[in-house]
Design a protein. Sequence first.
Length: 122
Amino acid sequence: MRDFHLIALDFRAPAIARIVPFGVFIAFIALDSTLTELAPTLGMDPRWWYAIRVLVVAWLVIWYWRSYVELASARRVSAVQWVLALLVGVVVFALWINLNFEPLAFRMTNGFDPRKDAGEID
C-alpha cells in the first residue's frame, strides 16, 4: 500500500485526470478580468483568451485521455443507442432554447419597482 503523500503526487491517478482540466478551466474563469486587462499590454485582443482557454483545456483532456476508462465502453454501444442518445440530446436542446414556450413559462409581471409614485427611491 502506498503512502498518502505518494498518491497525492501521482499525476497518473484517475482523480488527477479529472481535477487538473477542470481546475485549469476554473482558473481561466477566475482570472478572466485580469487576463482581459493584461491582453492589451501583450498586444492581443482579449477575445483570444477564449481560444487559448479552449485549446489548453482540450490539450489537458487529450493528455489524460487514457485515464478516462469509462469512455472505453463507448465502443460497445449499439447504433440504436447512439441514435437514441442523439435524439434525446436534440429534444433537450430544443426544449432548452424554447424555455419561453407559453404553457411552460411564468406569466409576465411588472416585477418589483422600488420607486415611489413620484419616481424617487426611498
